[in-house]
Design a protein around this ligand. Sequence first.
Ligand SMILES: N[C@@H](CCC[C@H](N)C(=O)O)C(=O)O
Length: 276
Amino acid sequence: MRLKFTKMHGLGNDFVMVDGITQRVKLSPEKVRQIADRHTGIGCDQLLLVEAPRNPDVDFRYRIYNADGSEVENCGNGARCFARFVRDRRLTSKEQILVETAAGILELKVREKDQVSVDMGEPVLEPAKIPFQADIQAETYPLDVEGETYTVGAVSMGNPHAVLLVDDVTKAPVETLGAAIECHPRFPARVNVGFLQIEARGKARLRVFERGVGETRACGTGACAAMVSARLRGLVDEELQITLPGGTLTIHWPGPGEPVTMTGPTAAVYHGQIVL
Ligand SMILES: N[C@@H](CCC[C@H](N)C(=O)O)C(=O)O
């Protein structure tokens, strides 16, 4: 199979974008791992496959695969790149795009220059729906990991996130603790793990150990989950600039019952073909 693709990124969270509308694409977890391999493939954190919608009221469907081959529900940086991709490839000329994902329907707005805003929907906090094992819903939960107890927030933005507060993100044990929490038995679908440092009521820093990838330069859903967790703890205002290793996202969330909006840049790097 010869596959045409575009390499894109959102703040260094990098994607192989595949148009499954104008070419026939058959992917297996093994093929995704082969494409994502940074030494023997193209290299990416996620592969995003654009398809025709199944729901006639929306414009597209897009599917998301982590570098380990697992298919997941949502990807914030990917959603922004998806909007730019379908316009650059002239699959649509709309500035407001509705897309079906495994996490539900997202609304994307293409703004000036490279900026895209995404209505990421309402966060889900009910433990069983995250999924997270807890008897009752709470703002934070104690989580035992290898003999230590950590305080975590648990949020789903369509995909599961644990959020820990730290004093200094540069010193956070992202690789070790992130990997231990990713596979914690209380998160039965595994989890993305965010390490959040609050700098002011409108400013924070974040590093994310992503499920199925490891630490990435940025995670859009991770930034949304961090905002929700921080706001539920009363630590931030409704607009937050979150700086990740790859750059800054603006996250807006008035509070429970409201959708989270994420705004940030997209970049196309190159087009190519791979034979699989
Ligand atoms: N990089 C993404 C999140 C991708 C999916 C995640 N690793 C998961 O397994 O849920 C983002 O920008 O949100």
